[in-house]
Structures are given as C-alpha cells and as structure tokens.
Design a protein around this ligand. Structure first.
Ligand code: NDP
Ligand code: BG6
Length: 513
C-alpha cells in the first residue's frame, strides 16, 4: 500500500499538495514560538512528506550563532515539543538544509547577508526558491523587518510572480485601530496583499475548520441558523493558566487584545457569516469582513455591554495560585484585564436581536473553548406546567473547539417508564473516538498552507481593521477609567459577577462548559 504508515488524516492527501521549492526564513529564530511551535511544525510536515523536496530553513536573529549551534537548538526544541517522537533520519534531512544568519532586525547589512545566502542557495540548487519570511519576533520590530525586506529587495525580487515571496506575520497585529492601519500600510508598501499571511492560530485548529463543514455540508443547520430559531450564541475561550512568565507582554496587552480581538472574533465570524459563494479564500474572507462590519459599536460603562476583571488568588487544579497583581512583572496597581466578556449585536437580516456573548480569561475553572448555539424554546403548550415531570432545557448545539474536540446537541427526551417524564440529554460526537488522536497541530496546517499559497486560514488586512474598529473605543475608555470598573474573580472560578450581569436582562445565563 503506497500510503502505509501514514496517519489516516493524511491518506488521500496528495504529497506536498503542490508545494513549490521553498526556503522559509524565521525572524526571531531563537524565540519561544519558534521552539514550541514552528520547528516542531516543520519537523512533522517533513515526517509526513508534505514539504517540497527542495525545502530549506534559515533562522535569523540578533543572537550570534553558528549554523551548527542553531541546528542543535532546533533539534532540542523538536525533541521537547514535537507531538511525536522525532525520527533521527527525518530530522537529519531537515537539519542538512537548515542554516542561520545573525543580525539586527533593522540592520541593512544583515539583510544583505541574508540575501546573499539565499542567492547562494539558489545558485547551488540551480533553481529559484519561493521565499517565505516568517516574522516571529515581538511586534515592536515587525515594521522594521518588513521595511528592511523591502529595502534590500528580498520582497520585491519576484514581485511580478507573487508566489515567489511571502510574509507570515505573527500576532498581535497592532494594538489598536491606528497601529493596525499603520502596520497594514507598511506591509502594503512592500508586499501585495496576496503575499501576506497574518496568523491567527485558532484558524488552524481542526474544529475551527470543521465549523464551515458543519454549517454548510449539512442540510439540517442552515434553515435554523438565524434569528427565527436561535435565541443566543455564547463563545467561550477559557484558560486555566495564568500569565506565567509573560507578564511583560501581557501588561501591555490584556485579554481583549490577546484573545478577543483575534481568536474569539474569528470564531464569531465563522459562526455568523453568510454562506460564501465558494470555498475560495477571498469568498470566505469577504463574508467574514461583512459580518464583522455589521457588529454594532459596544456600549461601555455602567449598564453597558462589556465587563473586565482581574483574577484574584484562588485554587486551580487543587493548588493555591496567586492573584494577577502578585504575579511576576505585574505592576501592583495594574489596570490590565485578565478576563473580558461582551454582549454583541449584529445588525443584519440574519442576526438582528440575537445576542452574541463572548468571554475569555486566564485562570478560569477549566481550559475550554467552545461555541454554544442556543435555540429558542418550542411553544410551551404540551409539556408545560408540571415542572416536576417535565425537566426541559433549550436545545443547544455546542462546538467544542478544545480540548476533547467534538460536537454535542442537547435534546429533551422521555425518561423510560410508564408515565411521561422528560429530561435533557446530550448527544455527542468526539473527534478522538471517531478519528483517533495525535492529529496535526494548527501551525503545521498554517505553515503548509502558506507554502502552497492558500490564504483561507489567514486574516486579511480589512478583517483585522474591522475587529480593531470595534474594540479600540472600548480600550480607550478602559484606559481613561484606569482601575475604575475593574472587577475581580477568584482564580479557578468561571469569572466575575459583572459578566453574569451582561446576560441577566435577557434572562440568559453563561453555560458551564
Ligand atoms: P520571544 O520573546 O521569544 O522573542 C523571539 C525572538 O525575538 C527572541 O528569541 C529574540 O531573538 C528576539 N527578541 C526578543 N525581544 C526582542 C526585542 N525587544 N527586540 C527585538 N528582538 C527581540 O517571542 P515569542 O517567540 O514568544 O513570540 C514571537 C511572536 O509570536 C510574538 O509576536 C508573539 O506575540 C507571537 N506569539 C507567540 C506565542 C507563544 O506561545 N510564544 C503564541 C502566539 C503568538 P534575538 O535576540 O536572537 O533577536
Ligand atoms: C495566544 C495568546 O495567542 O493564545 C496566549 O497570546 C494564549 O495568551 C494562547 O494562552 C492560547 O492558545 P491555545 O491554542 O492554547 O488555546
């Protein structure tokens, strides 16, 4: 069997998916993301024979390192973080094509050295390589890298055939609308939009991609997917972890910028968008932008549509943990939120009057990301009155994004017996049960998609601006208010009371996922 030994997910997938000969240059090559996600992704793609035969990797960073030192660092990272035990033969293949260039991110001479190294590589191979520049540095140097890539000709060299150079940019993409617009302008001064791949790793998650399949490959959902049948939608992205050692970054960011502006909004866009005309990247992204633009501005302040809070000391997984203000690198009077919740209204034909509740936070009771679609209740004529016999719940369709990926539907059912009594039951589908576990990580899919030129799972410039347009006034108002209006919640809980209040007016409650 030609495909023996391949994971079931890979069987039937054409090897390389048409990937052209490629060199990936990682800026920030000694960093945390490179070690934990990017190098393991490259390794696993290579393991699954999905990389082009001519695939090369170049690390770039300020840290002075010989090629051998970078290879050793990369090998250690793959050993520690790869989802599968590395096969020495596969790693040797990757390592043989891995090198390193040291230099400053704004140092023109360093880019000349990089350009010379890439030219030498192409000369040795006797062919051009597609050049992918992966910007995995702190955002403070994103613009400098873009500018230098333009100035030294690396971005423009194959401008007439855009497939030949691409840039992948990490998050956060800006810190507000003005900075996102400026970054988009800097990028567009150097690259054409189809060369640009703005990462949101949530889009690389299997279950997030499955949203489109569930919505549009099944006939039963679409007729119900609107204000006539849906009472509310709740999107939860909850983390058990605290801020850890990332206090420096997090203090400047906070939950709204770190999670809601990007990951959670992408979940909302895929849930709420209109059916795209095709699966072409632009068709899907056009629909996402339309629905993001239809969201109404948020009311901030007492009785408004947003809540923010910081975790206080509490218990997580049976052990005591400190509050946010006691964490390393956090200002004692910090006004940075570790939790945010919102009530959004989408003013279009499909969704008018249906509240979308979004929440995300660190140090919550459990790590879970889900989208719960709550349906309206049927007319209460038949099974009403006798609450002791008729325990009825609203139907809820919940997409569990992670962990324990799956889909569940809450239905009301008759309890077996001689009289009619009802009880809500959960019908579940679990990915791991049906398809097995150890599936490709988000970054594998995203790196491969960038190589083959599929931008579907990346964010377009106007999408990120639409999202910032919604959130920037909220951030400005919070900045002006300082700590006033900042709620707290015990670590290990489901969040603050002010978040419950957002739902109370409609007699809704947060689900306990
Ligand atoms: P790091 O802090 O590890 O930085 C990456 C590399 O950039 C460092 O190894 C360092 O390399 C260089 N660097 C660090 N600080 C600076 C600075 N102030 N100025 C210039 N260069 C600097 O970042 P991460 O790897 O954690 O993150 C990279 C990007 O990915 C960020 O944009 C982050 O927001 C994003 N991201 C990270 C995630 C993660 O889990 N780590 C998750 C999602 C997104 P050298 O000194 O050799 O130049
Ligand atoms: C990152 C955030 O984008 O996503 C982190 O910066 C967060 O703060 C992480 O922990 C969560 O990603 P995942 O894939 O673990 O849900």
């Amino acid at each position: 069997m030609a495909e023996s030994g391949r994971h079931p997910f890979l069987q039937g997938l054409s090897k390389h998916r048409g990937a052209p000969p490629t060199v990936v240059v990682i800026f920030g090559a000694s960093g945390d993301l490179t070690a934990r996600k990017l190098l393991p992704a490259v390794y696993n793609l290579s393991h699954d024979n999905l990389l082009p035969a001519d695939f090369h990797l170049v690390g770039f960073g300020r840290k002075a390192m010989a090629d051998a030192e970078f290879r050793a660092l990369a090998e250690a990272a793959v050993k520690e973080f790869s989802r599968r035990e590395p096969d020495p033969e596969v790693w040797a293949r990757v390592a043989a094509r891995t090198s390193y260039v040291a230099g400053g991110y704004d140092e023109p001479a360093a880019y000349q050295r990089l350009a010379a190294q890439l030219a030498e590589l192409e000369r040795e191979l006797g062919r051009d390589l597609q050049r992918i520049f992966y910007v995995s540095t702190p955002p403070s140097v994103f613009a400098a890298i873009i500018e230098q890539l333009g100035a030294c000709g690396l971005a423009a060299i194959h401008r007439d055939t855009p497939l030949h150079s691409k840039v992948i940019i990490e998050k956060p993409f800006g810190k507000d609308l003005a900075s996102a617009v400026a970054l988009n302008a800097a990028i567009r001064g150097v690259f054409a939009e189809q060369q640009v791949y703005r990462i949101d790793h949530y889009l690389g998650k299997e279950t997030v991609q499955d949203l489109l399949v569930q919505r549009f490959a099944n006939a039963i959902f679409e007729p119900l997917w609107n204000r006539n049948f849906i009472a509310s939608v709740q999107i939860t992205v909850a983390e058990e972890v605290g801020v850890g050692s990332r206090g420096g970054y997090y203090e400047q960011s906070g939950c709204l910028r770190d999670m809601l502006q990007n990951h959670t909004m992408q979940l909302l866009a895929l849930t709420a968008m209109e059916p795209p005309g095709s699966l072409a990247p632009e068709a899907i992204r056009d629909e996402k932008v339309k629905v993001l633009n239809a969201i109404q501005p948020l009311a901030v302040g007492p009785g408004g549509e947003v809540a923010r809070a910081q975790y206080a000391a509490g218990m997580v997984a049976g052990r005591p943990v400190p509050g946010y203000l006691q964490e390393e690198g956090i200002a004692p009077a910090s006004a940075t939120e570790t939790y945010a919740a919102l009530r959004l209204s989408i003013n279009n034909w499909r969704w008018q009057g249906v509240p979308f509740y979004l929440r995300s936070g660190k140090r919550l009771a459990r790590r879970v990301s889900e989208i719960a679609v709550n349906f309206r209740r049927p007319p209460g004529t038949l099974f009403a009155g006798e609450t002791s016999r008729f325990d009825l719940a609203a139907n809820t369709l919940a997409f569990q994004i992670q962990p324990d990926e799956g889909l569940s539907l809450i239905l009301n059912t008759k309890i077996p017996g001689l009289e009619t009594r009802t009880q809500p039951v959960k019908m579940s589908f679990r990915y791991a049960t049906t398809f097995g576990s150890n599936t490709a990580e988000a970054y594998e899919r995203l790196v491969l998609d960038a190589i083959i030129g599929d931008g579907t799972l990346f964010i377009r410039g106007d999408e990120t601006e639409a999202s910032w347009r919604l959130y920037t006034p909220v951030l400005e108002s919070w900045r002006a208010a300082g700590r006033e209006g900042m709620d707290t919640y015990p670590a290990g809980s489901w969040g603050p009371a002010s978040a419950d209040a957002l739902l109370a007016g409609a007699q809704h409650r947060w689900r306990q996922p």
